[in-house]
Design a protein around this ligand. Structure first.
Ligand code: PRP
Length: 179
């Protein structure tokens, strides 16, 4: 499936993404070997594809939780106004929590989430992000596991959207989102 109309640029193919996700899964499995309380926290909506693949690349007992945030609305620019639109259904107190994000852009969403989740007393709190766009950083956040660093371009596919479209595109592609 094509992202748009032929003007898009391929960033990472589905095969390249799969290879990187396998590496991340292996790294997380090694680092958490012996742990039986890993909570993989999928930040909806954008992370749903990445998280589904990452979970299957982690060779450990784990549970998956979902939390939905919205920071962009229908715009392509971060408003900085982060809202929880769906909260966790179970406590994370005393658990090792791995936040899974599709992209860290300004860092505002993750910074907000880390602050919120720390108040719930997890045993540890780590971040795995598929993409990092340092050019637009407003808040520094530590990313423990990172897939790819990218330029300041608008990326869709593999869960990432533009106006809620293109999440089902298997590759990561750059589109002109200046409209
Ligand atoms: C995207 C992405 C991150 C956030 C990153 O979510 O999934 O959560 O933006 O941007 P930031 O670092 O500038 O805060 P979005 O609000 O687009 O919602 P979605 O995941 O439902 O697509």
């Amino acid at each position: 499936m094509s992202a748009r109309d032929g003007t898009e640029k391929m960033l990472f193919t589905a095969e390249q993404i799969a290879a990187r996700v396998r590496e991340l899964g292996a790294e997380i499995s090694r680092d958490h070997a012996g742990s039986d309380s890993l909570v993989v926290l999928c930040v909806l909506k954008g992370s749903f594809v990445f998280c589904a693949d990452l979970c299957r690349a982690i060779d450990l007992p784990l549970r998956v939780e979902f939390l939905a945030v919205q920071s962009y609305g229908s715009s392509t620019k971060s408003s900085g106004d982060v809202q929880i639109t769906q909260d966790l259904t179970r406590p994370i107190e005393g658990e090792h929590v791995l936040i899974v994000e599709d992209i860290v852009d300004t860092g505002l969403t993750l910074s907000f989430l880390l602050g919120l989740l720390k108040t719930r007393n997890p045993k540890s709190l780590e971040v795995c992000a598929l993409l990092h766009k340092p050019a637009r950083k407003k808040r520094h956040v530590d990313i423990d596991y990172l897939g790819f660093t990218i330029e300041d371009e608008f990326v869709v596919g593999y869960g990432l959207d533009h106006g809620q479209k293109y999440r089902n595109v298997p590759d990561l592609v750059v589109i002109d989102a200046s409209d």
